[in-house]
Design a protein around this ligand. Structure first.
Ligand SMILES: [Zn+2]
Length: 409
């Protein structure tokens, strides 16, 4: 007997091998046992009447069931926010004036360092719940606002506690190489020594992170510096990923490909050479339309070239206080379509199957297939394109994480 069985459902399986758009199974059924998908197919193919197959039967009443959403790139844990800075900029203040007044990323570093674990948990929890209310069951959270040993560890521990206390799967990423902290402004190498000689080995040893990320950009870390961090990650058995080609071409994507990284993220300035490096590398291209929108960028990532090279595209909120204060995956789907001309089906794949692959979870979640985690989002819609279409409408009826109903209050 299965634990539960959903019938009268339209299924968007988002499975790779699916022949139909969205991997659609009309009038489908999906069974759950021990938190995993135990059976999926047209209802008419069920081996017996539902009552003989499962302890509990649910009718989806013709709603659509998709894989629960995956947000593979966030900076969800941080102290304070930058709304006042946002306001000042719109009143005409320059970046220099804002920086002089203590604004910018360093203001978030200051607020994050000053915050207790409880305070960080409380503010992150609100954002996490907002994401769950729109169907997210898996989220990646980066460190990178502590920028010293204790505070980077503190951020990763906060993410760990969030996972232990909420029905959600969290992947933790160490982003000590986010920016140079103020106390190392004139001594970049010493900060990199700290990241590579102390932080990464300790984090690997304590299993506090699954991967290491670097912000490779002319305003952050150079190619050579990123390489040093990647080499250290590799030595310590951690996976890698990169913030690359967001504001300029720094060759970060090529570097990441040479280390077999999970993903390269942003990619507005990705060149044909970078695409060549990514092709056939198994890397995922993670696009972040929220940051593009919020920073009023104009250079669109090379979508057509990514398609041609068959590089899987994932989408994420990039939730962070400076450039993407966004907790809405549905808004991200819409922005990907309107700003980047991604199709709604590509967008949904970007926050399900490909988002999971970007976290090394392709065998676990992101598609409705037997053996995968029963992470399901049940939507009151007539067609899955509606998930990318509406702005400000949330049609989520139920969210299941590992087969269990997640309270959306
Ligand atoms: Zn980011």
């Amino acid at each position: 007997m299965w634990d539960s069985l959903w019938v009268d459902a339209n299924l968007a399986t988002m499975a790779t091998e699916a022949q139909k758009p969205y991997g659609t199974i009309a009038q489908g059924a999906i069974a759950i046992k021990n938190g995993l998908i135990a059976w999926i197919g047209p209802q008419s193919d069920l081996p017996d009447i539902p009552e003989n197959l499962a302890h509990t039967i649910f009718s989806a009443k013709n709603a659509w069931i998709t894989p629960a959403l995956v947000d593979c790139h966030t900076h969800l844990v941080f102290g304070g926010n930058r709304a006042v800075e946002f306001e000042k900029r719109l009143e005409g203040a320059t970046y220099e004036e804002i920086a002089q007044a203590g604004g910018g990323i360093l203001s978030t570093v200051k607020a994050t360092r000053a915050a207790s674990m409880e305070e960080l948990i409380k503010s992150a929890e609100q954002r996490l719940k907002a994401m769950q209310r729109e169907g997210i069951a898996t989220v990646e959270i980066k460190s990178g606002y502590g920028l010293d040993y204790d505070n980077e560890i503190k951020m990763l521990q906060v993410s760990k506690i969030l996972e232990q206390t909420h029905p959600v799967r969290i992947k933790r990423t160490f982003l000590g190489a986010h920016t140079i902290p103020p106390e190392y402004k004139h001594d970049r190498n010493s900060y990199l020594d700290l990241v590579c000689n102390e932080m990464i080995p300790a984090i690997a040893k304590e299993q506090l992170a699954d991967a290491v990320d670097v912000f490779c950009e002319n305003i952050a870390f150079t190619y050579q510096e990123a390489k040093r961090v990647f080499e250290t990650a590799k030595t310590n058995g951690l996976k890698t990923k990169i913030h690359a080609e967001q504001l300029s071409d720094s060759n970060g994507t090529k570097l990441a490909a040479s280390y077999g990284s999970l993903s390269a993220d942003h990619l507005e300035h990705l060149t044909p050479e970078g695409i060549g490096a990514m092709a056939n590398s198994g890397m995922i291209a993670v696009l972040l339309p929220g940051a593009f929108y919020f920073l009023r960028e104009t250079k669109i990532p090379p979508i057509e070239a990514l398609r041609k090279a068959k590089i899987p595209i994932a989408l994420a909120t990039d939730c962070n206080p400076g450039s993407s204060p966004i907790t809405s995956p549905l808004f991200v789907l819409n922005m990907a379509c309107t700003l980047f001309k991604i199709t709604p089906e590509e967008a949904l794949a970007g926050m399900t199957r490909n988002g999971a692959a970007a976290l090394g979870l392709a065998d676990k979640t992101g598609a409705l297939e037997v053996g995968k985690s029963a992470d399901l989002a049940i939507w009151d819609i007539d067609h899955p394109s509606e998930l990318s279409y509406w702005i400000g409408v949330n049609p989520l009826k139920h969210l299941l994480f590992e087969g269990k109903d997640v309270s959306l209050s």
